[in-house]
Design a protein around this ligand. Sequence first.
Ligand SMILES: [Fe+2]
Ligand SMILES: [Fe+2]
Length: 273
Amino acid sequence: MPSRIFPINKSPIVVAHISDFHIGSYHFVANLMNRTVLELNELRPDIVIVTGDLTNEGFRQEYMTAKSYLDGLECERVLVIPGNHDSRNVGYLHFQELFGPLFQNMEWEGILVMGMDSSEPDLDSGQIGREKYGRIVDYFHSASGFKIFALHHHLLPVPGTGRERNIVFDAGDVLELLVYAGVDLVLTGHKHVPYVWKLEDLYVVNAGTISSLRLRGHTKPCYNVIEIREDLVRVFRKYPFGGRDVIAQFGVGVSDTQRELSGVAREIIGSDL
Ligand SMILES: [Fe+2]
Ligand SMILES: [Fe+2]
């Protein structure tokens, strides 16, 4: 893997991570959604990443409302991926018409982002799928920038969410590939409970919901703001109408992880081992 020098002309790069609007749900609060858009326009992030469940049932009118909110963002780089609710009722067709492909990449100022659909039509559970593993490794492994992988479903259990369910079916294989490819940050949603795990050199950051009161316990609506400098990354949790807390802070180095990979990873990566 090449050395991790990625020139940033503008520092810090600011990435906003919002998720789980659930427009159309009884629990959707337009005031929270409007406030988040307003706060982001004041923050002026370089990139906005939306990790799914924009809609509650995947209906076209819900999608149109979601698009009108996102069109209000004064940000040139907005990457959107669908969640399980967006794929209900064949809603992924509306997603593709209004937001583009179900898998999207974005590069800017040394930051690489890959957003990947993990939803399965009309199921709450999801997967990445073996056929996409090569795409992940090809995109990230030889790159030297700061690497972000975004999907809707969580890859690791999230505390405070009751009975564990709906981790992507192939979470183990995906995590191994992401670590191998040198991914720095995984952004997910789905559970409406924010959390951060560190696994090897990988930070896995789950977002809360910004605008739904379908919450667990005492969790509040929130979103994430990530500041990326060449030597330091800070992840903040921001509450609409409220303050923000630092929830993770780390340097970006060269991974020295050396160990045997599983059969699946070996099959994907081939002779590189
Ligand atoms: Fe959700
Ligand atoms: Fe979800």
